[in-house]
Design a protein around this ligand. Sequence first.
Ligand code: LLP
Length: 380
Amino acid sequence: MNFPIDKFAHTQTPFYFYDIELLRQTLGEVSHMAEHYDFAVHFAVKANANPRILDEVRSYGLGIDCVSGNEVRAALEHGFDPKKIVYAGVGKADWEINLALDADIECFNVESIPEMEVINELAMAKGKVADIALRINPNVDAHTHQYITTGLEENKFGIGLWEVEAAAAKARELSNINLVGVHFHIGSQITDMGAFQALCTRINGLLRWFEEQKYLISVVNVGGGLGIDYEHPDEVPMPDFKAYFETFAKHLELRDGQKVHFELGRSLVAQCGSLITRVLYVKKGQKKQFAIVDAGMNDLIRPALYHAYHKIENISSSAPVEKYDVVGPVCESSDCFGKEVVLAGAKRGDLIAIRSAGAYGEVMSSRYNLRPFAESRFSE
Ligand code: LLP
């Protein structure tokens, strides 16, 4: 990526930098491919809720996948059509459900029978009927990091396969909810299409069962999870949406009138964002040296929380490369963006780009150590 370094020279660091052109290319590509297959895409706003990013996403006609009342509110405030808002989450509070009911959102992705009963009750009090999808835990291994696997029986998410029959019967019985779909999400940062194929196989069995039991399922929401290339952000700035959609087009056995929905987060926004930070000090130890930068784990927690890899570059220097542990100022040993990172020789004031940080970066930041939130800047 060509960073506008001159523009950065007098900018307060750290900040998130978003390449709007790459974002548009990615949104354009995903919209084009989805249209080709007649699939609907909802952006998983948990990945990035920056107002500018949301405006760009909306302009491509995508829907929104939310996991909290405030995410539903943010989607509404940014002009998303309520009929394109879906809402999942194992712990929806009453005020959150009410907010979504008042907005007449497209669909609640319901994660348990008790939740279904509460939605029914709250909808009844408003004289409404809420469309719901059963979020079913398909017990499919996504072969990804343990903290971002969601579709295994041991995870808290969704209705277990053993409970689907009871949940569907309950939905039929309750008067103020309307079962319209099924929903799945097996995990995040998935690069093996085989995992999605296994999901399709599981879904096919379930769709057969719903048909036999005379439930009318019109929405098949397969969640998100498509991974990106953290190692090669410049060479592979966009995931292979075609191969991804093709996997579902080929392996899902749909009935007439069934529409496939996706909830993509990371794959749409990760590569367009970088965390830009300055070197404060280069500290030489006996065995290693540290590049101490002014961004910390509060600004980007993924390396500390998941041992996630982000490519790190010194964008100010063309000096011969050296190895550094790139660390932040926060009082935790885990405040480290990368160990033994090969960087162009670093000195105080150099700008460092931590790449592929557009998803689950800014949105997961905190004010730990009472540090301020990083601001955001845009290429245009
Ligand atoms: N749908 C549901 C129900 C989800 O739980 C998620 C992500 C998505 C869609 C979007 O998944 P994506 O397309 O972004 O993989 N903070 C972690 C990732 C957590 C993902 C949570 N759920 C990270 O930084 O890697």
